[in-house]
Design a protein around this ligand. Structure first.
Ligand code: DHB
Ligand code: FE
Length: 294
């Protein structure tokens, strides 16, 4: 049986990718950001998963306004880095896991979540920046990510976007799907995006440290309560792009302590192995958590 071993949460600011790619990580502005991931890079080496199920949002790179899936699962064998206007990031091809992805699609759709199945797409900073932060820059001599990745894209760009509750419930369905796969794979689930930021309009540059830290507290201790928070609260308190945080609820909903109606496995809280918060990176508050199932 496959298992979800841990969940990882991180912001995905594109300027972080540029700082990495251009060798700026030691500059005074960036040093405190990357320091927050030193622990995480070692933790990834010590706890290497077989597959990462990576929840992120596409920023109009793979999907334009012509077609907007609410939830899209990548079932391809590999994914190229998207050209976001400055050329594709110089990172390895992302290898997929078509067998597990197809199994999760089958199981989650049968659990009444209507996923879009994507057999070909490019992946943007929403996916590649978290990989870079946690895995570091792969050496030229072994230019690949440490394991296959299943991209799971959520629409948090064009309204209507899914609620926190829907995302949380989807996480529960994903855990059931993973646990019904008949290979003994260690799977990590990552939730990315956030934290507070607004990129447009009169409130551009908005950051809310109080909201962000309360979100982190509650995501750990009371995820069901956090799931019931409506969009308008995120937008008001965390800015228009702060709504990306609902994706963290998908990862949190997949952790073992979250009980479902027909599921008595819940109970033991995950172990908080790392927590980091820093303001600012570009226009964004950077938040990062690692939770292990015990
Ligand atoms: C920024 C942050 C994001 O999450 C994003 O997707 C794009 C830009 C920023 O801070 O500039
Ligand atoms: Fe974003």
């Amino acid at each position: 049986m496959a298992k979800i071993t841990a969940s990882v949460y991180t912001s995905h600011v594109p300027a972080i990718g540029a700082a990495l790619d251009l060798g700026k990580t030691q500059e005074p502005y960036w040093q405190p950001v990357f320091r927050g991931y030193d622990f995480s890079k070692q933790w990834m080496k010590d706890n290497r998963p077989d597959v990462i199920f990576l929840v992120y949002n596409d920023h109009a790179n793979a999907f334009s306004l012509e077609m907007i899936p609410t939830f899209a699962i990548g079932t391809a064998a590999s994914y190229q880095s998207a050209d976001e206007g400055w050329g594709p990031r110089p990172v390895p091809l992302v290898q997929g896991h078509p067998e597990l992805a197809a199994h999760i699609a089958q199981s989650v759709i049968q659990q009444d979540f209507d996923l879009t199945i994507v057999n070909k797409m490019d992946v943007d900073h929403g996916l590649t920046v978290p990989l870079s932060l946690l895995c570091g820059q792969p050496p030229q001599s072994d230019f690949r990510w440490p394991c296959p990745v299943i991209p799971f894209a959520v629409n948090v760009v064009q309204y209507p976007v899914p609620s926190g509750q829907r995302c949380f419930n989807l996480g529960k369905a994903i855990r059931k799907a993973v646990e019904s796969y008949d290979q003994p794979l260690k799977v990590q689930i990552w939730g990315t995006g956030g934290m507070s930021h607004q990129l447009q309009g009169p409130r551009a540059g908005l950051i809310n440290k109080v909201f962000d830290n309360a979100f982190l507290d509650r995501l750990i201790a009371d995820p069901q309560g956090q799931a019931s928070v409506p969009h308008i609260d995120y937008v008001r308190e965390a800015g228009s792009e702060g709504i990306e945080l609902v994706m963290w609820l998908i990862a949190r909903g997949a952790m073992a302590d979250v009980a479902d109606v027909a599921d008595v496995a819940g109970g033991v809280k995950p172990k908080v192995v790392h927590r980091f918060y820093h303001v600012p990176a570009s226009n964004t508050a950077v938040g990062h958590l690692i939770l292990e199932n015990t």
